[in-house]
Each structure stands twice: as C-alpha cells, then as structure tokens.
Design a protein around this ligand. Structure first.
Ligand SMILES: Nc1ncnc2c1ncn2[C@@H]1O[C@H](COP(=O)(O)OP(=O)(O)OP(=O)(O)O)[C@@H](O)[C@H]1O
Length: 504
C-alpha cells in the first residue's frame, strides 16, 4: 500500500538549535499516528513543515506518492492536509457559521453553509449550532468549530496539536469517537499529545522524537505509558512526593467576593469565599470559562476589588495593583503564557525582570542591574530545565512547554508567600510536569500557601491538600482532597458546563 505521507530526512535548524534532524517516517491512510516527545523535541516544527508554515532546510515529503512541498498552508489545504491548532483563531463576536465562512476560499451562501455545518456536525457526532456566537461557546465547543472547519475541506490528513488539553473527560470521549470514525473512513490523523494514556486508547502507531531526532517508533496499545515516557526522555519518571504536615496560619483569605464580569463573554464571580494556610496546596478544579480567569485577575490585582475582599496575612490588599501585591509576597502565574505571563518579543532576561524586579532586587538607584537580571534568568533556566540556547532568546522562540517551565520557575524562585498558578502544566511533557508539581509541593513544604487552578483533575488530586470547584462563578466549599472520589468531584463540578452529551 502506498503511504499517505512519506517523510524523508526532514531537517530544520534555528539559531543555536536543530529543531528537526533528519526525521523520516510514514503515515498510512486511516491511521491515527501519535507524535511524541518532550517539550522542545521538535513536534510543532515537524507539523508546521507538513502544513506549509515552515520550509525545511533539507529533506523531502511525498503525499499519496507525489512530491509534496507546500509553500504555504493554503497549498497544504488544497492537497488535503488540515490542521487544528492548540490556540484557536476565532472571532468571539461572530457566529460559528460566520467564523467558518471567513476561512473559506469560496464560501457558499449562509443558509447552505449552515446546512453543511449541521450535516458534518451530525455525521461526526460533534454537536454545534451554526448560529451561536463563538463568544458564548466553551473551549470544547470552540474546538469543534475548528474541527468542522477542517472537515468541510474533506481532508486526507488531519493534524491535531494537543487537542485534549482544553477538554473535559466527556468532551475527550466525544472527540475520540469523531476521530475514530474519521480514521475508519480512511482519513489519517497525526496527533500530538503529552497524555500518554489517551494515546494508548486512541493511536495505532507512534513516532517518538528526542532533541529533534526520531529515536523510536512503537504501537501504543502494546506498550505501557511509562515505557513511552522513558523512550521520550531516555530515563525513568519520578512521581511527586511530599511529607505529611499540619497547615499553619491563614496566609490568604477571600471573603464574599462578588464581581460582575466586564466582558460580555466573561463569567461573574458570585460570593466566592475561601482561605489558604501556610504549607497548604488548595486545588481549584472546574471547566475553563467558569470564572478561573476572573478569579486569577482578582488575586493578582489586575482587577482591583474592595479592600477587605482579599486579605494577605490579615492585611486588606483588594485595592492594591499587581506590583504592590508582588512586593508583599502574593505572586501569580496566569494561564496564557505568550502575551500575559510573558512578553513574546522580549528576551528571557527581560521577561525575568518584568515580574522579578522588586523581589529579586534587580534595580539599583533607578537603573536595571542587567547582570543580576541575566543571572536570575540563567538560574531559572538551570533549575527548571528550560531547554533554550540561553537567556538572550526571545520568549516566543521557546517551545510551549519550555516557556511554561520558565514562567512557573520565575515565580517560584521569588520565594512567594502565596503563589497562585493557573494550569501550571498545560502543554508540559510528563517528566517536566512531574518536576513542576514537585516544585509546587516543595514550595508549600517550605511554608508558602499555593493555589493551583487546573482542569486536570488527576493533577489536582495528586498535589492538593484541599479541593474545591468553580462552577459558573461560584466556588464550592473546599474539602480534603484525600479520599475524594471522581464521583464526589463530579458532584462538586456539578452542572458547571452545558455539556451537550451525545449518544456514543
Ligand atoms: N521560531 C523559532 N525560532 C527559534 N527557535 C525555535 C523556533 N521555533 C522553535 N524553535 C526551537 O526549536 C526546538 C523545537 O521546538 P518545537 O516547538 O518544535 O518543540 P515541541 O516538541 O513542539 O515542544 P512543546 O511540546 O513544548 O510544544 C526548540 O528548541 C525551540 O526552542
């Protein structure tokens, strides 16, 4: 059988790093093929070459036997290659159908397009109303818009970059059902993910990259997740551990916090009340879009509130802005790493300065001490295993997971009294995720209070002392995490999301 896509010797170098080094493999029609590797291993670079976003330095591709070298994504799409990105490019104020029409060369009449969207949505079990505003959709529904946009092109190869990191467990099931149906019809799927159990459940074959080179292939169903992780990193994984301890004094308290959202697509916070003690990790679970961003903005000081709504070591800080809170020891790492947690075009040194200025004393007499700042950036890089040529590199040149390690490391190394992180291991590979969780536990062990906001319930159960759930802007009362079953958690999350369940 002719392979659908044959990749032969693909090589792509960036200054200081060979992102893909002589990579060769094939994808068969109807195959779900996983692309695995640590952060920075070269997965995104490889799929960008397949999708025409990056031109290889060397090497060739053949699609259904014919030479294939797309100069731009439009050419890739015309050849039958589609891609769903990690970050969606949708306009919130437009409807589903309007968004889809924008990406088409020759969009049909609106009514015909809506009918096509309904047809694809029903055929593939992806419930979606063409007339709803994108701003009102959950992350999972937005992903469906992107998938349906791809399916309308009738692709032969569908590339998916970490599709499940924004999905609830139920939405993952719906997605897998769709992907299996597509594969059964002969569409090949190239699937990037760090979630190894999901890969075992879904994928027929896997190609594993390490520092830009193909190091192995395997059949995910026939090996364990631990084995795949070992192939990726070349060593075995450690599980986060902590000693038993008694929590200390209350460090952060939020009391009766209600806040109506400024944005038409935001979530209002309703009577949120909780406290976190020294030495404690409080996990806040919930489906994205239930007030997580709004809560983080209130805690960081980006959205000031009434003074007494937020107290730090008994002192009202609600009216203070981010810098004043940082000086007092309340540090936050937001979810969006490029543009919010880090400035994309600034170097890592400059990004270290942005939040570490005061606490790391990076200024003296009104001047930036660049040597100290660079040392701080180098310390983060070394201690958090950030794979990059050096601190002079721009944040946007880092792979997603490596930038995440940098952002979390930058805050932890400032010795916070209270640290709030949103999705701390989003897009981070298994071994780096374990290292970040361990660093958060160590921070709590040293006496800080840590708040972890995450959609990853396994992560929260692994590291939290107490767990609570955000549901349409309301926070459930925290409960001890030990002994909570998935069923208890389901009830706490209860009805938070308008999950349109489909019969699978
Ligand atoms: N535009 C760029 N400029 C400079 N270096 C880059 C650029 N894009 C990627 N790199 C480098 O190439 C290497 C591979 O990055 P790539 O994004 O392909 O990794 P990845 O496997 O997708 O990682 P992750 O799982 O973290 O997303 C990294 O060292 C990265 O820093």
């Amino acid at each position: 059988m002719t392979a659908l896509l044959d990749i032969e010797g693909l090589t792509k170098a960036y200054p200081g790093v060979v992102a893909n080094d002589d990579v060769s493999f094939s994808i068969q029609p109807g195959e779900v093929h996983a692309l695995l590797g640590e952060n920075g291993a070269g997965k995104s670079t490889l799929v960008k070459m397949i999708y025409g976003l990056v031109t290889p330095d060397r090497g060739t591709m053949r699609l259904r036997g014919a030479p294939y070298a797309p100069p731009e994504p439009r050419a890739a799409r015309a050849a039958g290659v589609a891609m769903v990105f990690q970050h969606f490019s949708l306009f919130e104020a437009l409807s589903v159908a309007e968004n889809i029409a924008l990406g088409m060369e020759n969009p049909p009449k609106p009514r015909d397009l809506a009918a096509r969207i309904r047809e694809v949505s029903e055929t593939y079990g992806l419930p979606l109303d063409p007339f709803r505003l994108v701003g009102d959709l959950s992350a999972g529904e937005r992903q469906r818009v992107e998938i349906i946009r791809c399916l309308l092109q009738d692709p032969k190869l569908l590339i998916m970059d970490e599709p499940t990191s924004v999905l609830t467990p139920q939405e993952v099931e719906i997605l897998f059902h769709t992907l299996r149906k597509l594969a059964a019809e002969g569409t090949a799927i190239l699937y990037i993910s760090h979630k190894l159990e999901e890969i075992r459940a879904l994928c027929d074959a896997a190609t594993i990259l390490r520092t830009g080179k193909k190091v192995s292939t395997c059949t995910p169903r026939e090996v364990t997740a631990a084995h795949m992780a070992e192939l990726m990193v070349g060593k075995s994984l450690s599980v986060p551990a902590r000693d038993a301890h008694e929590p200390g004094a209350v460090l952060l308290a939020v009391a009766g916090l209600s806040l109506s959202s400024g944005s038409p697509f935001g979530t209002s916070l309703r009577d949120v009340t909780f406290e976190v003690r020294a030495g404690e990790v409080l996990g806040i679970g919930g489906v994205a879009g239930n007030g997580q961003d709004e809560l983080l903005a209130v805690l960081s000081g980006e959205t000031p509130v009434a003074g007494g709504a937020v107290t730090l070591k008994g002192v009202a800080v609600g009216t203070l802005g981010p810098n004043a809170r940082r000086e007092r020891g309340l540090l936050c790492a937001p979810e969006e790493r490029l543009g919010h947690a880090a400035a994309p075009d600034m170097s890592l040194t400059e990004n270290a300065l942005l939040t570490g200025r005061k606490r790391k004393a990076l200024e003296s007499r009104g001047f930036v001490d660049w040597r100290r700042t660079r040392d701080f950036a180098e310390d983060i890089i070394a201690r958090f295993d950030v794979r990059t040529p050096g601190p002079g590199v721009a944040a946007r040149a880092l792979s997603g997971g490596n930038l995440q390690k940098f952002v979390i490391g930058r805050e932890i190394l400032q010795d916070p009294t209270v640290l709030v992180v949103n999705q701390p291991t989003w897009g981070v590979d298994a071994s780096a995720a374990a290292a970040i969780r361990q660093a958060l536990l160590d921070l709590a062990q040293k006496g800080a209070a840590v708040i972890v906001i995450s959609q990853d319930l396994d992560e929260l159960l692994e590291i939290s002392d107490r767990f609570c759930a955000l549901n349409e802007g309301r926070l459930s009362p925290p409960r001890p995490a030990r002994g909570l079953s998935m069923e208890d958690i389901g009830l706490m999350l209860g009805g938070a999301h308008d999950m349109h369940e489909v019969a699978l």
